[in-house]
Design a protein around this ligand. Structure first.
Ligand SMILES: C[S@@+](CC[C@H](N)C(=O)[O-])C[C@H]1O[C@@H](n2cnc3c(N)ncnc32)[C@H](O)[C@@H]1O
Length: 166
């Protein structure tokens, strides 16, 4: 899908992701887009948090080649979301668009108080989808707080914050 993925995206595909980023307050120095595909999410973070270092990770080298072409402001790394190639607590934001959640890894690489986003372009019609009530339950079980559910465009997102003491 890599050569055609970006062209298949609709103009509102990132609406829920953008709305979730909009609600993040506080410093964002380093941010990660997991399952970045052709890098649209990473590009959106870079636009919104202009001083941040933005990293996109994906298992597919072909997707990453497109991402490097389309989003030159971000850094792209090949890796598996179930075993992220990053240190503990190195990100202020860990975001996902249309991506399978690997919550233990997100919790590990996110600093205490950092923010995580799970956005789905077409809500329950999105081929990869996790319902917000399930995400909220699983996030809270891992000590995440401030869970918010967002609807925008055709889709939805969940935003949450890693607990300070976790
Ligand atoms: C549905 S696409 C979404 C791409 C992009 N986030 C977007 O919204 O356009 C899912 C992406 O996740 C990647 N992916 C799937 N499993 C993965 C894993 N275990 N680790 C990292 N990336 C993965 C795929 O290669 C693909 O690029």
């Amino acid at each position: 899908m890599a050569p055609v993925w970006a062209a298949m995206r609709r103009p509102d595909s990132l609406a829920p992701y953008e709305q979730a980023l909009e609600r993040i307050d506080g410093p964002v120095r380093r941010a990660l887009d997991v399952g970045t595909g052709t890098g649209a999410g990473a590009l959106e973070i870079a636009k919104r948090f202009q001083d941040a270092e933005v990293v996109g990770v994906d298992v597919s080298q072909a997707m990453l080649e497109e991402a490097r072409r389309l989003a030159p402001g971000a850094q792209f790394v090949q890796g598996d979301a179930s075993a992220l190639p990053f240190r503990d607590a190195e990100f202020d934001v860990v975001a996902h668009a249309n991506m399978i959640p690997f919550l233990d890894e997100t919790a590990r690489v996110l600093r205490p108080g950092g923010w995580t986003v799970y956005a789905f372009s077409a809500g329950a019609e999105t081929p990869i989808y996790v319902a917000p009530e399930r995400l909220r339950r699983e996030l809270e079980r891992r000590g995440f707080t401030d869970c918010a559910e967002i609807t925008a465009g055709r889709g939805n997102a969940v935003l949450a914050r890693r607990g300070e003491g976790v």
